[in-house]
Design a protein around this ligand. Structure first.
Ligand code: ADP
Ligand code: ZN
Ligand code: ZN
Length: 844
């Protein structure tokens, strides 16, 4: 079938252009253009990049008004059909533009931009041979310089303006003149940021008798050439030119002479940049499965065999051998000729994790790391697209790995918030993984020691048709070691006993004895963002909102406390309303302060600090961990990053400096986050022969998240937490949409935000949905706000937000999206921005 027309999504980020545009397919391209092809198309007066989303036989509208596709940018379309379909699904689900979702799926190297090129104007060329006489056919007499420019362009072909002016720095006026009188002209073309990497190779072109003759022909001055040819003949295969030059200590000129004589060829050969080329990975073999692992493994293999497209929630304690199960399941998946994706939170994509997959699957694995260079990322991606690898491991964007026949998607640490992308498109990797698996009839494994409440509830209640995972559990450590003992220290008591230091006596003596024995300590400073809350150090009281059950945020400027869900505000207290103590203040301790205190208390202690400051450089995270592994540090001190997936045999003490800080983060998930973090970090101690110990310091030692984390008791925690969520209609008993509006003018913004809420309420009312979630209605929708955002002003723009809370089978996203569009249209002010976050993870 001949397609004559293509619908193209263009790379122009605006609401008006968020739809497909029609283009004619030139006959020369019709064999090549597919759904998913990347093309350059004329758009207004520019050339822009776009993606073909559908093909049609006959144009729907008048052909004469349609423009043809200008260029096809790749022979193999970068996007397979299923990803184009997935992009459409995501754009609806997350209320974002189609181009923003398509862009997610291709490597940055392919985000081409139009470049302007200068070339000889064909119309002025005398057709046929380009002989000297051609120039004299031109209308005016040209200067020598002009002729030089023209003959350069004739041999070079089109070049960029900057290239040309670099070459002829003194002649920009002449070039302008040539453009003006039509001898040169300008065009646009899409240029990629990065090209495929090639290297020059060299090989002999002669052999046998011919070679003998060739060798005999060299005179004494050509001794070096003879040496090179001899070498090439001896080796008998194509070699990199660089290698030949450095081995024989000859110059490129010598080799070129051989080429001129026809005895050798130099060719450009495409190579893949390999970020791990200097690393050797020790091979590993599958371990004999424990009974628990065997049960889980069989359930997974059964699904793979039957292609039943099941989603599993694997709840396994830290060290229960989940990763080993992933490895063995993937092995089976590959042996069936299908491919697998392994998703890990960016933070735990440590060398250890990479090593385990490379160790088992070697070159069959592509690694997609945010810290790879653009070129390296592009090459890892190409290995997947061209079918050269069978496993992709990476952070959230690896879910788009363009495999042909996916059999399995593994999502490790599925509860991690980093699976939600915080910039537009604000997608959740878990939902996308489940959808993608449906497209391929693949299985999904969501693994965690502390599954998110959403996933766990979905598995238990089976109330959601689209997402009802099958629960699998592993409760024993695979190595047979036991979970460490956890000791909770009440910091209020420490203060009463006169200890004003940030270290309790238990933690202090714990560190001291580790130093003596030459064992190691991990110290976690539990701190998220820069939130400030007010806490009493005497009794642990924290100021909170009674309506929303979250902490109030302290605003220094106005010296008051605010709830950023509902807008409630109150003056900051100077004495504790609970116990009358004056030890009430806003809280926050940095890693640097802890480090300082440590070296004061333990002179000579070697501290390895890991936080955003010390890990901003490429590879620094790995270097710090490597140093700790080599025992170049006594203490590893850090924020969340120290809690994840690390496995050090000599760590026997884990201390949590202030377990409460995350608890007081103004987020309804703060208890869950605290429980998860404490459970994770407690799992770091005593994973091997030496028994481990955990010390948790807290001002609210009775809080259920801390008590249950210390007992390694997920089920009890979940029971209690679900009760709270249910009472206040938080997820998983409702869904949320966070709408943030911003504008430079505060009064206008406020009016618009209020309008928006009124409009939305009206629409919901018409459907019969609007009303408090307290009332017994299977379908209900409530709107909180508008209130000033927790960060009320960013880059001179004021920000207001409101939260839509709903349950039941309601298309609330479309409702919000329509209302947002109408609000912007009515105002006719493009600087009013409305951002929509569906199922938000960060309510900031
Ligand atoms: P998880 O991913 O659940 O934290 P891992 O797969 O990392 O658990 O396993 C924890 C430790 O137990 C690792 O050191 C691993 O090599 C070891 N292990 C896993 N499975 C087995 C097994 N079947 N037999 C012996 N050791 C195992
Ligand atoms: Zn108090
Ligand atoms: Zn509130």
């Amino acid at each position: 079938m001949m397609y004559r027309m293509a619908k193209v999504i263009v790379d122009v980020p605006s609401r008006e252009t968020d739809r497909p545009f029609d283009y004619l397919i030139p006959e020369s391209m019709s064999e090549w253009i597919e759904v998913g092809s990347r093309v350059g198309v004329p758009f207004g007066r520019r050339t822009v990049q776009g993606f073909v989303v559908s093909l049609h036989e006959e144009p729907e509208m008048d052909k004469s008004r349609m423009k043809p596709i200008q260029e096809l940018l790749d022979l193999l379309p970068p996007l397979p059909h299923d990803l184009v379909e997935l992009a459409a699904w995501m754009s609806k689900k997350y209320a974002c533009s189609m181009i923003s979702t398509l862009q997610l799926m291709i490597p940055a190297a392919l985000k081409g931009k139009a470049e302007r090129y200068i070339h000889l104007n064909e119309d002025n060329e005398v057709s046929g041979e380009l002989d000297e006489g051609a120039l004299f056919a031109l209308p005016s007499v040209l200067s020598r310089e002009e002729e030089e420019i023209i003959s350069y362009l004739r041999s070079s072909g089109p070049v960029t303006m900057s290239h040309l002016s670099l070459r002829y720095p003194a002649h920009s006026k002449l070039i302008k003149g040539l453009l003006g009188n039509g001898i040169l002209s300008e065009s646009q073309s899409i240029k990629d940021k990065i090209r495929k990497k090639t290297i020059k190779t060299v090989a002999a072109t002669v052999s046998g008798e011919e070679a003998e003759i060739a060798l005999a022909s060299f005179g004494a001055q050509a001794r070096r050439q003879k040496e090179v040819l001899n070498f090439l003949l001896e080796v008998g295969v194509t070699l990199s030119l660089q290698e030949v030059l450095s081995t024989l200590q000859v110059t490129a000129g010598t080799v070129k002479k051989l080429v001129e004589k026809g005895y050798a060829v130099i060719e450009d050969v495409e190579v893949f940049r390999d970020p791990y080329q200097d690393r050797h990975f020790k091979g590993t073999v599958p371990l004999e499965r424990t009974p628990e692992q065997d049960y889980v493994y069989n359930a997974l293999i059964n699904t793979l065999n039957k292609r039943t497209n099941d989603v599993f929630l694997l709840h396994g304690i830290t060290g229960s051998g989940k990763t080993e199960v992933y490895l063995q399941t993937i092995e089976r998946c590959i042996s069936m000729g299908r491919q697998a994706i392994v998703l890990v939170p960016e933070i735990s994509l440590t060398p250890q994790m990479v090593e385990r997959f490379k160790g088992r699957f070697g070159a069959k694995v592509a690694v997609m790391h945010s810290r790879l260079s653009t070129g390296e990322r592009y090459d890892e991606w190409r290995k997947i697209r061209e079918g050269r690898v069978e496993v992709a491991i990476g952070a959230r964007s690896a879910v788009f790995a363009p495999f042909k026949d996916l059999g399995l998607i593994v999502m490790d640490e599925e509860h991690e918030t980093s699976y939600k992308q915080e910039e537009t498109p604000k997608y959740h990797t878990r939902d996308v993984a489940v959808r993608r698996a449906q497209q391929h009839g693949a299985a999904v494994i969501l693994g965690s020691a502390t599954p998110s409440l959403e996933s766990y509830y979905a598995a238990r209640s089976k109330s959601d048709d689209n997402f009802a995972p099958i629960l699998l559990e592993m409760n024993q450590r695979a190595s047979g070691s036991s979970l460490p003992g956890v000791h909770i220290v009440d910091m209020r008591e420490e203060l009463k006993e006169g200890n004003r230091s940030m270290f309790s006596r238990a933690l202090h003596s714990g560190i001291a004895s580790r130093l003596e024995r030459g064992e190691q300590t991990v110290l976690l400073l539990n701190r998220r963002g820069h939130s400030t809350f007010v806490m009493c150090r005497s009794c642990g009281y924290v100021a909170g909102c009674s309506e929303c059950d979250i902490s109030l945020t302290y605003h220094q400027k106005s010296n008051n406390l605010r709830c950023h869900y509902c807008g409630y505000s109150a003056p900051a207290p100077s004495i504790c309303p609970e116990c009358g103590s004056e030890h009430i203040r806003y809280f926050g301790t940095g890693t640097q302060r802890v480090e300082g205190e440590l070296s004061k208390l333990f002179p000579g202690i070697r501290v390895i600090r890991m936080d955003v400051d010390t890990t901003s450089e490429k590879g620094s995270h790995e270097k710090l961990l490597q140093a700790f592994r080599e025992k170049k540090g006594d203490v590893l001190l850090g924020t969340q990053m120290v809690a994840k997936g690390l496995d050090f045999p000599d760590v026997t003490l884990v201390g949590v400096i202030a377990a409460d800080t995350a608890l007081n983060f103004p987020d309804f998930r703060s208890a869950e986050k605290t429980f998860q973090l404490l459970t994770q970090v407690a799992g770091r101690a005593g994973r091997h022969q030496l028994p481990g110990e955990v010390v948790i310091q807290s001002y609210v030692p009775d809080h259920y998240s801390i008590v249950h984390a210390s007992g390694h008791d997920y089920n009890s925690f979940v029971r209690e937490e679900l009760n709270h969520r249910k009472a206040l209609h938080y997820p998983p008993y409702s869904r949320l949409i966070l709408v943030t509006m911003s504008h430079e003018k505060l009064p206008l913004l406020l009016r618009m935000a209020e309008n928006f809420v009124v409009e939305l309420k009206g629409k919901a009312q018409k459907h019969g949905w609007y009303g408090s979630l307290d009332r017994f209605m299977p379908e209900a929708l409530d709107i909180l706000g508008p209130v000033a955002s927790p960060m009320p002003r960013i880059k001179n723009r004021y920000r207001f937000q409101c939260m839509v809370k709903y349950r039941g089978n309601i298309d609330a996203v479309s409702l919000v999206r329509e209302t947002a569009s109408a609000t912007v249209d009515n105002l006719r002010d493009a600087s009013l921005q409305i951002s929509i976050d569906v199922d938000p993870q960060m309510l900031m």
